[in-house]
Design a binder for this molecule. Structure first.
Ligand SMILES: [Ca+2]
Length: 404
């Protein structure tokens, strides 16, 4: 698994701060395991469940390597989107929606989540169950719990995973998933599994690995609890008017759809937006040369599942296409594969020219966006705050080999 920084996405924050490795010696890990086992018993997990689980737990060095790995490339929206919203996923999603239609319509009645969204989440999380991860979850969580970087969070997830094993009669050896502990068809962390998993097929166990009914029912219950707004869409692709002020984009600039309509925004095909009072904000994930979106309340619900605007657009568009739409109207700009060093070089140039964007870190934060915007204004470029190639060229940034 390779992680990437992303342009204009919540994903960037998660991988930004790194610390030195703490525990690696097996002695330390053995002591830590003993402490964690005692903690689980003190939290009420039966001793035989704890003993059985801990007999399977080992230190997984690979988990720490993955936790420490620095992404080399900055993910751009075109590359993110085109890898995830694929023709294969759309057609597989349509087949599966048909196959599970009676259950999916029951879930919509009970939880309010339309079938195409549930299938889209399933497709994005695990390729409809095709890849659920093979790392031993309890060992991964214990390794991260015994490491100082995010010990508190992962200790909590490990305790919850043990309570889950007890409640659902899960065999620790079958609890596999991502290196960070996400499990099953929908890649739930233990805390989400514990709180929101539902036994959808009625066999008495909520099993997110082996039961598609359990997984889809649990996803519907989870989204309902995250605040899904029934009867409204996730957002939509739009066209911004000529001369749009890109400082009006982003979550901080929410207006009703009818207000955006008055400012000249239309649907992607040029037709008028509805006269809706729904709150919305403008998302421009690939600069002014790429598609633009209005994001509604359900966009933020999707981001509570995975805190990334790229992810939310991918879920929304995959859902639309599974339900029959043709896909994005705007074409995706051909952006180069920026490295973090490319972005750092741009940040350095901006600082050198007097736009204070802070210490160069290769991450596209608000200061960098606003610095790029000022730079663009000065050079009579469209001020979208996006580091497209014309900005890189104008700033004299030479991209890493092979890009330009
Ligand atoms: Ca079940």
């Amino acid at each position: 698994m390779k992680r990437f920084f992303s342009l204009f996405s919540g994903l960037t924050v998660a991988c930004a701060t790194l610390a030195a490795p703490a525990v690696s010696a097996t002695d330390d890990f053995a002591q830590c395991k003993t402490r964690l086992a005692a903690k689980a018993v003190s939290q009420g997990v039966a001793k035989e469940v704890v003993d059985n689980a801990f007999s399977t737990i080992t230190y997984v060095n690979r988990v720490i390597e993955l936790d420490r790995s620095q992404p080399e490339f900055v993910t751009t929206f075109p590359s993110y989107y085109s890898k995830r919203v694929t023709n294969w996923r759309v057609s597989k999603g349509r087949q599966l929606m048909q196959k599970h239609w009676p259950m999916l319509t029951r879930l919509q009645q009970k939880y309010g989540i339309p079938p195409h969204y549930l299938v889209a989440f399933w497709g994005l999380e695990t390729n409809f169950g095709g890849y659920k991860g093979t790392m031993p979850v309890l060992s991964s969580l214990a390794t991260l719990a015994c490491d100082e970087r995010r010990s508190t969070y992962f200790t909590g997830e490990l305790m919850t995973a043990l309570k889950l094993a007890e409640r659902e009669y899960l065999n620790p050896a079958n609890m596999v998933g991502s290196w960070a502990g996400a499990m099953g068809h929908t890649q739930f962390m233990p805390s989400a599994y514990y709180k929101y998993a539902v036994d959808g097929d009625g066999d008495g166990q909520a099993n997110l690995w082996d039961s598609e009914a359990d997984a889809l029912t649990s996803a519907a219950n989870f989204l309902n609890n995250l605040g899904w707004n029934q009867g409204t869409r996730w957002g939509r692709e739009v066209v911004l008017p000529e001369g749009f002020d890109y400082r009006e984009s982003g979550y901080g600039n929410r207006r009703s759809v009818i207000d955006w309509k008055a400012l000249g925004i239309t649907q992607a095909d040029g037709s008028a937006l509805p006269d809706s009072t729904l709150s919305a904000y403008v998302v421009v994930p690939a600069g002014h040369e790429g598609p633009a979106f209005l994001a509604y309340q359900n966009f933020r619900v999707i981001m509570r599942w995975n805190n990334s605007e790229f992810y939310a657009i991918a879920v929304g568009e995959l859902a639309n296409q599974i339900a029959g739409s043709d896909g994005l109207v705007a074409s995706l700009p051909d952006l180069p594969a920026y490295t973090r060093n490319d972005i750092m070089a741009l940040q350095q140039k901006l600082n050198d020219e007097g736009y204070d964007v802070g210490k160069p870190d290769g991450i596209m934060g608000p200061a960098t966006r606003s610095g790029i915007r000022e730079f663009q204004l000065k050079h009579n470029m469209i001020a979208d705050g996006f580091p497209a190639m014309d900005v890189m060229k104008k700033a004299g940034v030479k991209l890493a080999a092979g890009n330009n």
